[in-house]
Design a protein around this ligand. Structure first.
Ligand code: TRP
Length: 334
């Protein structure tokens, strides 16, 4: 809306290490958007404090998440990479949208129900209004497209409802965003229970391969991957373990499933698992190296944070002044 490019916005929590599922299904493909869209990728530290955080760890993970985005190929000169709390309009619009979000709507959010069950001693108001802050993140930049996992679909629907409600009362103010949920084909499953999605918060470390795992860890996890009692390497519904490994291999190499099947035809499961593990470990090596290089240069990361925050701030300000005017806040000249 503010320049001729449409806007993509996505947020990631600075918690937990991202998995190869996040990499293959999402982050790796984000850089392709930047030709056509103005892309904002935001590390949502304000969302993170809805559950109790260790301050030193939160700070470290914020740097790490930014470095990881960059190591996965997001160029800070082609994308706006920034930290949520550096742009105060997120909190400002978050509060305003709280007043246009209904108690009943927030009560129905499955993530709120899950997280309250897990954090029974800290069911705070922020955890409850989390989706209104997420709506603010998105609506501040007049976002058209929001790449998210299927687990965020309900929050995105609510963001659309809030935008529509606001627009109905005050006239066109926000672009109503669409979700962009990667197709099922790119779904990477747990190595221990291949009928379930690989989750970064899985408590069984053998189930999850993380982008920053060492080569040895990656190969060990693949060696332990659950398969079945058959010995054929084919993609089939009744062979979720083998199918998952073939999917991972094919995403990693760009080969089709058929090509992968042909290549591994006749190989034993043990060797197959090692071959997939090595391919993943080698494919991620450049990401790991770039990540280490970036983490060793905090000053550079801080410069990127600053550049991103300034860019985001400029655009967020325009939406905010419109919102303030519409709802009847007074303005003073500075
Ligand atoms: N809630 C998202 C998650 O947990 C993170 C997030 C916050 C987000 N704000 C966003 C995602 C805006 C997309 C757009 O994954």
């Amino acid at each position: 809306m503010y320049n001729d490019k449409k806007v993509v916005f996505s947020g990631v929590q600075p918690s937990g290490n991202l998995t190869i599922g996040n990499y293959l299904g999402a982050i790796r493909n984000f850089s392709a958007f930047s030709d056509e869209y103005h892309c904002y990728y935001c590390v949502v530290d304000m969302h993170a404090i809805t559950v109790r955080q260790n301050p030193a760890e939160l700070r470290r993970r914020t740097y790490e998440t930014l470095a990881l985005y960059m190591a996965c190929g997001l160029d800070p000169d082609k994308n706006t990479l920034f930290i949520q709390s550096h742009v105060p309009q997120h909190a400002e619009l978050g509060w305003i949208l709280d007043c246009y979000t209904m108690f009943g709507e927030l009560s129905r959010m499955t993530q709120f129900k899950d997280k309250s069950a897990k954090n029974a001693d800290n069911i705070n108001a922020g955890l409850f209004t989390y989706p209104a802050l997420m709506a603010a993140d998105i609506l501040l930049y007049q976002t058209e497209l929001v790449p998210v996992g299927i687990d965020q679909k309900q929050h995105l629907e609510l963001a659309r409802d809030i935008a529509n409600r606001f627009n109905q009362v005050y006239g066109e103010t926000f672009v109503v965003p669409e979700g962009y949920i990667p197709r099922e084909g790119a779904k990477i499953c747990s190595l221990q229970d291949p009928t379930k999605k690989m989750s970064k918060s899985d408590t069984n470390e053998n189930a999850v391969v993380r982008i920053l795992d060492t080569k040895d860890d990656i190969i060990r996890k693949f060696k332990r991957a659950v398969t079945d009692s058959d010995n054929r390497i084919i993609f089939a519904e009744d062979k979720p373990g083998i199918s998952n490994l073939l999917t991972i291999y094919s995403c990693m190499t760009g080969k089709t499933i058929e090509e992968a099947q042909a290549q591994f035809n006749g190989m034993g499961y043990g060797d197959f698992k090692i071959a997939v593990g090595e391919t993943v470990a080698d494919g991620l090596a450049p990401v790991r190296e770039e990540f280490a290089r970036l983490m060793a240069d905090k000053a550079y990361l801080e410069q990127i944070m600053k550049q991103g925050a300034e860019e985001a701030y400029r655009n967020a300000r325009r939406t905010m002044s419109k919102v303030r005017r519409k709802i009847g806040f007074t303005e003073i000249k500075h």
